[in-house]
Design a protein around this ligand. Structure first.
Ligand SMILES: [Zn+2]
Length: 284
């Protein structure tokens, strides 16, 4: 019996570790970006309920719950990656892969409640599919960027095909929102030096990640919030990677924001310095 339990544990560990690697999460289509969570959820139906469960707050958060407004930090206007210099206890919230009905909207209302602004890196075909939600993101005052057209793994494309994906994604987001999409994030964070250079020389700022919430794993909202806070405490500051396509992300966001506020963090709002110039050139 003991051996059997060990085997099951080993198999589960194997499944989780393969999800962390590129082979499972990064095979290059929009659909696969949803796959790891679904795979684990269906293997263990009890976990499905976790995705909508509220997250318990820690005692420090209970004690300072009534502290409205103090989470919102400065606005940082940037024209290149090197301009993004965060002080200790400063974070940038980023949401990738949307817009997604219900989930993006829920996240927008939570951000509004906490009076903080985030950056949404939209997938082109998602923005095309849900233009009204993409516009809600802009109307709420958040910053937007693109994330390719179909969530392609650009390391597995030719240079020209990768550029076409990036341009198509950016154009889709701009055509839907009529707003600057001056930021870019590589799907699966799969970049190359040459592509980074191309993105920068074409008026976009690549957004890297310092704190990966790993909200794409099929774990509970509480586990995501705890992992994010632990990583943040170790790093002191940073750009946080989240996804507005997962229920667990929306479920844990109030707890994460409450905890950030309780521990004295500030959410910095990013702005691209060339936004109006870039839009003017596109609509001339
Ligand atoms: Zn993504």
């Amino acid at each position: 019996m003991f051996v059997r339990v060990l085997c099951v544990a080993a198999a589960a560990a194997c499944l989780l570790s393969s999800c962390a690697g590129r082979s499972q999460t990064e095979s290059g289509s929009l659909a696969t970006s949803f796959a790891p969570a679904k795979a684990i959820s269906s293997a263990n139906p009890a976990r499905k309920a976790d995705a909508d469960s509220p997250v318990a707050l820690t005692p420090v958060a209970w004690g300072r719950f009534n502290n409205p407004g103090s989470l919102s930090g400065r606005t940082l206007t940037v024209s290149s990656l090197s301009d993004i210099k965060l002080a200790n206890k400063e974070v940038v919230l980023t949401f990738d892969d949307g817009p997604m009905p219900k989930k993006t909207e829920k996240i927008l209302s939570i951000l509004d409640e906490y009076n903080v602004k985030a950056t949404f890196l939209m997938v082109g075909q998602m923005a095309k599919a849900h233009p009204e939600i993409a516009r809600k993101v802009v109307d709420a005052g958040h910053t937007i960027g693109s994330h390719t057209y179909r969530h392609a793994d650009l390391q597995h494309l030719s240079f020209d095909a990768a550029i076409a994906e990036i341009e198509k994604g950016r154009d889709a987001v701009i055509s839907v929102t009529h707003e600057d999409a001056g930021f870019f994030r590589f799907p699966y964070l799969a970049d190359t030096g040459r592509l980074r250079q191309w993105v920068a020389s074409n008026g976009m700022v690549v957004l890297d990640v310092q704190i990966d919430s790993k909200d794409y794993f099929g774990v509970s909202p509480a586990a995501v919030a705890t992992r994010t806070m632990n990583s943040l405490r170790a790093n002191g500051k940073g750009i946080i990677l989240l996804h507005d396509i997962h229920a667990r992300t929306a479920a844990m966001l109030p707890a994460l924001l409450t905890q950030l506020q309780a521990e004295g963090y500030k959410v910095v709002r990013l702005r691209h310095s060339n936004s109006s110039m870039m839009l003017a050139s596109l609509f001339d």
